[in-house]
Design a protein around this ligand. Structure first.
Ligand code: SF4
Ligand code: SF4
Ligand code: FES
Length: 281
């Protein structure tokens, strides 16, 4: 066990939920790691790889995980750490051990298919951004001059929504967002597998992040041109009506994005759009 006065002589245990590939059985492996000052969970995983053996001396392959920016910007290192979904790069070991002395538990997010160990396939989140057309279309590469101006107030409302890093924390916490896993069939081509996955994803809940991005791009002066297409996606299968208003999403977002405000805005916009459509305007 480690005390609050950690020294390099102290050790702690790391429990990792491991899985060799998509659809396979998972298992826990436990490692003993020497404490060093200023460790984060990424450095713990590096020590686990260097050690190459479990606490009971069995040889162990390096744990697989994703990371890129190492400063809570890309979202790729998101995993469940001591029961809480968050980024491994900003999860500091000393704080984790203060909350749960002697042990850190790492598991992959549960709402996405596991690729291997702590790596998950978040492509459903990116497919949801495609469904709501979360971009401003460019219809040429000529110099078209400056875009339309946004007032300071509009910028201040839009900026928080633009900080989304597609990490997946919000959908991990959302009770309405159920896992969808499509397992590749033997001999199936990349194209056929992608098409089957997208078909399954397109009928499932978009989730709070994609809804919020639709709101962001519908507020943009140029993005507004495609507002109806985004509202169609929000109105369709797995759209904003699938939200149960549990508000878990907003409490776990590491960027503090006002997701429930976005969801309420999206709901109102869909209602107005549906009424107008009903009356043919
Ligand atoms: S809304 Fe927040 S929690 Fe959800 S994907 Fe974006 S940054 Fe992550
Ligand atoms: S408010 Fe909606 S999107 Fe957010 S966690 Fe609840 S059900 Fe999910
Ligand atoms: S590595 Fe980019 S958020 Fe952690």
């Amino acid at each position: 066990m480690i005390s609050s006065q950690h020294t390099s002589a102290k050790q702690f245990q790391v429990r990792v939920l491991r899985q060799d590939g998509p659809g396979q059985e998972n298992r826990w492996e436990v490692y003993k790691i020497d404490h060093e000052p200023d460790m984060n969970v990424i450095s713990v995983l590096q020590r686990v790889a260097a050690k190459g053996q479990t606490i009971d001396g069995r040889a162990s392959s390096p744990v697989a995980w994703d990371c890129s920016c190492l400063e809570e910007v890309c979202g790729s290192c998101t995993m469940v750490i001591n029961g809480r979904v968050r980024q491994a790069c900003s999860a500091l070991v000393d704080r984790l051990l203060e909350d749960k002395p002697g042990e850190i538990e790492l598991r992959p997010m549960t709402k996405f298919p596991v690729v291997r160990d702590l790596c998950v396939d978040r492509s459903r989140k990116f497919r949801a951004l495609q469904r709501v057309k979360a971009w401003v279309p460019v219809d040429g590469y000529n110099d078209m001059g400056a875009g339309q101006k946004q007032s300071m107030g509009e910028q201040e409302e839009s900026y928080p929504l633009a900080q989304c890093m597609s990490c997946g924390c919000c959908v991990e916490a959302c009770p309405q967002y159920q896992k969808v896993e499509v397992i590749r069939e033997a001999g199936e081509s990349d194209e056929a597998f992608e098409a089957r996955k997208n078909e399954a994803y397109d009928n499932s809940f978009l989730g709070p992040a994609a809804i919020s991005q639709a709101v962001l791009f519908n507020r943009n002066p140029t993005g507004k041109m495609n507002a109806d297409e985004r509202l169609e996606a929000l109105k369709g299968p797995g759209g904003v009506h699938a939200c149960g208003n549990a508000q878990n999403c907003v409490s776990v977002c590491p960027k503090g994005i006002p997701l429930t405000t976005s969801i309420a805005r999206a709901g109102r916009a869909v209602t107005v759009y549906s009424i107008k459509k009903w009356f043919g305007s």
